[in-house]
Design a binder for this molecule. Structure first.
Ligand SMILES: Cc1ncc(COP(=O)(O)O)c(C=O)c1O
Length: 370
């Protein structure tokens, strides 16, 4: 008997996790996309107080009004998006925002453009919806950035949506304002929805982040607290969109999770309204680590782009599998770029969400095998 439904049986489990499981417990893990910092204390204190104050019951399906209003203010201030609390849904991380959005908006006959190389979940989530992922290819020549030309050359007559991720996992590329604007206009003219994953918004170095939703109603903004506030395990994210989209997404969200953890919503409110120094401190530390990794790779004669955002370096290797196996023997865990799509062939992703000291040791070990 085949237990798995057709649309689920050919879903791949994450290669990043697989690499992690192969490694020895003492290995330096440069595979996982998880900030190594502790969640800032004022956020933890807010969570503890929320539990003491009895925030252990269901919240509204869309989430606590206070946090949604706080997100509305944030979207106005940081992203130039004008919206209301009714147009925001709090989700179990950005992951659930992505899942609920795709499953609410996409039919099996639809094509969905997904970045290649791109975050592993995009392809699989589109496949779970029974729809067809179409690779929106980027390459090192244009800094792994998606351009309007790329979109125009890839779009099909069945394209219902495109997923875009800036700053990007796994390449760290950041899209410029003119490209965001141009793609937003294209989406408007062609009735295509942009699902914009902005989870790395705050981890950006010399560039500025822009949001599609500032330019079109055809965009869903997905964001969360995992990366900016080192809150991966608290599982809180959100999406913002026009009412027509929110009404549909709410149906999937409601019957999937009812609502997210209520006490965590209080902690997330504190994250947005409390001191923001922790965010800039973490980002400055990420910048130092990026420079350490990129400079060490350059010293080894390895080709890579110095990324503008997120916490990954995507570097070139003629034989990634061999390099990764040699790195594993040196107790350093990396991920093959081809896990992120065809265009990741010939690359390796290194996550520098690890302490500076561990990165120094890891880079010394990699220098021995490069
Ligand atoms: C591009 C991207 N989007 C979404 C997520 C998931 O974030 P969350 O922890 O909020 O579910 C990740 C996590 O690695 C990611 O890299």
């Amino acid at each position: 008997m085949q237990y798995g439904a057709q649309r689920v049986s050919d879903i791949n489990l994450s290669q990043v996790r697989k690499m992690f499981e192969q490694a020895s417990p003492t290995a330096i893990n440069l595979a996982l996309g998880e900030p190594d910092f502790d969640t800032p204390k004022h956020i933890i204190d807010a969570l503890k107080n929320a539990l003491d104050e009895g925030y252990t019951h269901y919240s509204q399906n869309k989430g606590e009004v206070k946090l949604r209003e706080t997100i509305v203010d944030k979207l106005k201030k940081d992203n130039n998006i004008n919206t209301t609390a009714d147009n925001v849904i709090l989700t179990v991380g950005a992951s659930e925002a992505l899942y609920s959005t795709v499953n609410a908006l996409i039919d099996p006959k639809d094509d969905v453009l997904i970045p290649d190389p791109g975050f592993l979940s995009y392809r699989e989530v589109v496949k779970i919806a029974g729809a067809n992922p179409v690779a929106l290819k980027t390459s090192a020549e244009n800094g792994f950035n998606t351009t309007l030309d790329d979109v125009e050359n890839t779009v099909t007559e069945n394209t219902k949506a495109m997923i875009i991720n800036s700053p990007a996992n796994p390449t760290g590329s950041v899209m410029p304002k003119d490209e965001i604007k141009a793609i937003a206009e294209f989406a408007d003219e062609n009735d295509i929805i942009i699902i914009s994953d902005e989870i790395y918004e705050k981890i950006i170095y010399d560039k500025k982040h822009y949001s599609f939703q500032a330019y079109t109603d055809n965009a869903v903004t997905i964001n969360g607290f995992s990366k900016a506030y080192a809150m991966t395990g608290l599982r809180v994210g959100y999406l913002s969109a026009c009412s027509e989209i929110i009404d549909e997404v709410l149906k999937v969200h409601q019957y999937n999770v009812a609502c997210i953890d209520t006490a965590t919503q209080i902690a997330a409110t504190e994250a947005l309204t409390g001191p923001q120094q922790c965010v800039s401190d973490m980002t400055s530390e990420f910048r130092k680590r990026r420079d350490l990794v990129v400079d060490s790779l350059y010293d080894m004669g390895v080709e890579c782009i110095r990324p503008d955002g997120a916490f990954y370096v995507f570097f070139k290797q003629d034989n990634p599998d061999e390099f990764i196996q040699k790195a594993l023997k040196e107790d350093v865990v990396l991920v093959n770029g081809n896990a992120f799509g065809e265009m990741g062939e010939g690359y390796i992703r290194l996550s520098y969400a690890q302490s500076y000291e561990n990165l120094q040791t890891a880079m010394e070990r990699l220098a021995k095998i490069a």
